[in-house]
Design a binder for this molecule. Structure first.
Ligand SMILES: *Cc1c(COP(=O)(O)O)cnc(C)c1O
Length: 354
């Protein structure tokens, strides 16, 4: 399949100060778009100037939320070259989200090539400052002009790029989270394992209430029994209990994070005892009470590693590791980010040049 390129006639001005990039505020000069219909399958993939997309007001995604997305980053290496971190994993996951949402699968190789070409064209947008990167947002929406519930027959696949700032401009800051007791994010058989907007729409209320109470995120328990730990907001979660590092197993309602997978591989490589299993909240509380809860952290592309300094369970506030970042969390953060930004040798073969 060919890839057409239509360049923008005028290029935007780059954001002046990379320390003020923030997250998801600026977008580059170009984007990738590709259409799907029943007759032609995925077709007409092209790179075009960044800009609004036209949708019929009856476009199905606007009514029934048939959508999937991904999130990954491009990093500027010390030698000036640009690299991606495990991008095949993202396109593979996009296809498994597609399967769950009844969206036709994309060609992973073609899409990764299109992404590389897009980054090449918008190369000047990849930041140079420490901790900054180019966030990549691929997404697919159902575009049929049709009101009535069914899977779409027409889709649009888009990739947009956004230069983003350092997640921790003042160093790794442990977060405060609480265990969500009222709302549920996902249940087995639902869409928790897919990266789809609906999961986020249904979690906004909990996030909003957490923020109002001065917490960063909520810790989700399983939706059925409210007994087992699942995820933190937009991240997977790890607990160090005695000499065991535990993360909830991927069993249908948890998003299989690529940072999670990489963290497990790295920790195992260092000889840590990492276990993927069901983790009852009760067990974490008991470990806190008997002094064996050593560290807790979230993993995700945006923050990489996010230490949890305080976890509130009911009325009990558990301060973890004196509210400071733990040694394992720090080591993992340093080593993952060194590989991502190309500051150290990539012994796992995770990175790929653009
Ligand atoms: C994207 C996402 C994650 C993290 O996945 P990464 O591949 O590590 O970025 C975790 N949980 C949810 C719900 C997500 O959407």
């Amino acid at each position: 399949m060919e890839l057409k390129v239509k360049k923008a006639e005028e290029l935007k001005e780059l954001p002046e100060d990379e320390s003020k990039l923030g997250f998801g505020k600026y977008f580059t000069d170009h984007m990738f778009i590709m259409k799907y219909n029943v007759e032609n399958g995925w077709h007409d993939g092209k790179i075009v100037p960044y800009g609004p997309i036209e949708l019929d007001p009856s476009a199905m995604v606007l009514h029934y939320g048939q959508e999937v997305f991904e999130g990954l980053k491009a990093y500027r290496r010390p030698d000036g070259k640009i690299q991606l971190f495990r991008p095949q994993e993202n396109f593979k996951r996009l296809n498994s989200s597609n399967d769950r949402l009844c969206i036709p699968r994309i060609d992973e190789g073609y899409s990764l090539n299109a992404l590389k070409k897009l980054i090449e064209i918008d190369e000047r947008w990849v930041p140079y400052s420490e901790g900054c990167s180019l966030y990549i947002r691929p997404f697919i929406i159902a575009t049929d002009a049709h009101v009535g519930v069914r899977a779409g027959n027409e889709y649009l696949f888009v990739i947009i790029l956004s230069p983003v700032g350092a997640y921790y401009p003042e160093g790794l800051n442990p977060t405060k989270i609480y265990v969500e007791e009222l709302y549920a994010r996902a249940i087995k058989g639902g869409t928790g394992m897919a990266k789809t907007g609906g999961n986020y729409a249904s979690s906004l209320k909990a996030q909003d209430e957490a923020n109002k109470q001065g917490f960063t995120q909520v810790l989700w328990l399983d939706g059925a029994e409210k007994k087992y730990i699942e995820e933190v907001g937009t991240m997977n979660v790890f607990f160090i209990l005695g000499d065991e590092i535990v993360t909830p197993s991927i069993d249908g309602s948890i998003l299989p994070g690529i940072t999670r997978k990489s963290s497990i591989q790295m920790l195992k490589h260092w000889g840590y005892n990492v276990v993927e299993r069901k983790l009852p909240l009760e067990e974490v509380v008991a470990a806190y009470e008997n002094g064996t809860l050593k560290e807790a952290f979230g993993t995700g592309t945006a923050a990489v590693i996010s230490p949890i300094g305080l976890l509130k369970v009911g009325e009990t506030e558990m301060v973890i590791g004196d509210g400071l970042i733990g040694d394992v969390s720090k080591k993992l953060y340093d080593n993952l980010t060194d590989i991502q930004w190309g500051r150290s040798e990539d012994i796992f073969g995770w990175t790929e040049l653009v």
